[in-house]
Unconditional design. Sequence first.
Length: 287
Amino acid sequence: MKFSQRIGKTSATKQLQIDSVDDELKNGLWNGLKIFVVDKLSRHNQYSRDTEFDIFCSILWHHYYKLPIDTIPKYDSSSEEYIRNSFFNGMWYDVYDLLEFIANIDSNSVPIDTYKLKEFCNGIFEREFSGYRFIDDKICPITNENEVQEIEDAIETSGNFTSLRGANIHLKSALDKLSDKKAPDYRNSIKESISAIESVAKVISENAKDSLGAALDKIKGKIKLHQSLERGFKQLYGYTSDSDGIRHALMDDHNCFFEDAKYMLVSSSAFINYLISKSDKAGFKLK
């Protein structure tokens, strides 16, 4: 804590940044782009054409800015100035759009260390109290490090098994729908989260036709599933099911909010991690 904060002259806290990016957050994120992208790519052969930075600018102008590539400035410094101005003068979500786009550029096209870039940005997000983090190449509205870890673990672990490919797809889809900054789809994010659990449970029950409820009934003895967890997720499944006739207020579009979808994704990820761990301990080997 700074001296001025300790004596109460300046605030030691700041508002959680969900629909905004203040100067300190924006400056920190720009420093990440400057260190890991701009300076790295323009460091060599800066007086010749067709450098790594030129290729990067071509990708940016064509796919992100969607401008004619013959409008790319002649000198690297001018191109950097254009990128910088668009970064600092755009809307708050434009900052995240650019970061997310660059983090997903194929490293075979330009040698960007996206892992270090995302790690650096996540440090800035945390330092400046942003409600977002990089998860699986997406900037997502997650506000707790433990929540981030549960989702990352579920996506990574389910991606390691061929049999859990369906669950992996559902989790990523839930994350995509939650993290869409302009048009988030909370209702369907919730349904994708529950579908991810259902997919894992079917694999363990060894019956692809099972519903989540039926699958949980079959596996609870096999892996010693806690009765309260089983009952809780059966109820949540009922709320999100189109076929069982139960339409809970949670799933009404006008009553479905970020908090609901985030809770469901985090809870579903944690439950998936739990099921995978319990299955392994019970001797059921996933393929």
